[in-house]
Write a protein that binds this ligand. Sequence first.
Ligand code: HEC
Length: 209
Amino acid sequence: MNRSMRYRIPLLAVLVSTLSASGQPEAKREISFNRDVRPIMSDTCFLCHGPDASQREADLRLDTPEGAYADRDGSPAIIPGDAEESLLTWMINAADAEDIMPPPEYHRALTQEEKDIFYRWINEGAKYDQHWAFVAPAKPEVPMFAKDHSENEIDAFIRKRLESEGLTLSAEADRRRHPPLWQTGDYLRRFLVLIYQLQSTSISQGFAL
Ligand code: HEC
């Protein structure tokens, strides 16, 4: 492992843990197709039940509501609002290796959390969203709270989300106890780390700093 790698790994670990934390839908939030379901489906279903007709198995498309809700001789893959009766629920929980989805040879089994997401999403109506890349950005309405002198619009969004989780903002930090960054040793430390990294990068690229 070269020297610059040593600094990159913790940063990656932080990134990964932030990503996986935000990937967990909390019990109270409604399941969103784009945020919660689409990533699981593209990872585990779309290869065989997605847009590519040449790869499609069992003539089943799960990336469109028309495909997923299609009657299929009386057993639709998804019955919006009824996970219990949806064939999909049965297939992802099948005990028999011949039936279970994704098939074992696909080497990517669903976790219990992922199954729960399917289950909740179907019971909440199995609503599909357009792919986010095709949705025009719209300015969301800023949640209204009793105005706090320090509060800006971003705080209002954070506060709203915290409230939906049953949490509140902590008290504002005392500015005097938090000197500006340039007064702390932290700045110097960061600077040295940066120089160290630049140096090891340029060494690994064959240059001396
Ligand atoms: C590697 C390919 C592959 C992947 C990945 C895959 N499937 Fe399938 N799926 C199949 C095949 C093949 C069949 C037909 C099986 C049969 O008829 O015995 C099938 C059948 C189904 C059926 C039943 C269709 C019917 O009407 O009989 C459902 C529902 C289903 N898959 C859901 C899923 C879900 C949900 C996922 C992802 C979690 C998934 N599949 C991932 C290959 C795949």
